[in-house]
Design a protein around this ligand. Sequence first.
Ligand SMILES: [Fe+2]
Length: 256
Amino acid sequence: MVVLCIGDVVGEPGLRCAERLLGGLRRFYGADFVVANGENAEGTGITGRDAERLYVAGADVVTLGNHAFARREIAARLEDDPYLLRPANFTSRAPGRGWGVFDANGGRRVAVVNLMGRLFMDSNLDNPFFLADRILAEAGTPFVVVDFHAEATSEKAAFAYYVDGRVSAVFGTHTHVPTADAHVLPGGTGFITDVGMTGAEQSVLGIAPEASIARFVGELYGGARQAKGGTVLMGARFELDDKTGKCVSVERIEAR
Ligand SMILES: [Fe+2]
């Protein structure tokens, strides 16, 4: 079983990049299932149309993060669309759901869980570690993939070791910068701290450099936030044992 996990798709350049590359990557890497983080499809937030574009591009499930509700109209979609997940540890008053079990090739079932870290993030979140325990008790399949959307590298790694042997793969998202630590933990969980992003390469996390610089130097900025130029798709390929669901190998993906 091969699962591709794609880093945060940022803006129109990211959507177009996914549309251009993801179908071919699915075939090239022999993917049975694809998860893409889409919380930045509108820069911040996502619309139903964006989610549909990602499904057509080749994503089976789209995960979100701290910007899940930046476009408020997504709330109704989250209630109706089981393939669009927001972090499971949002409070029970938030619309939508944070995990689900989905059909993959060969009659197999894959559980996808979206969680958010708490360090340097929103404080109004349940403990993702203990919530993961409860979700794993219910998942009912050995194939479990977690998008852990978090700022702190330490929290992502600690979470991966916490669920080691109980989850097939943990891929970090949110920082948009890929890390060079893809490996299989002792218990059989594949892990990478951050898979990176999908969008404009000459950018600050997908945003036009001028817009980002203006923010850091405290200037008003009236120009476009969307970066120009060539794009890159980043992610990771997890190969899972067909019987146990444990990770056999993990490698980073980068495509232009
Ligand atoms: Fe984020």
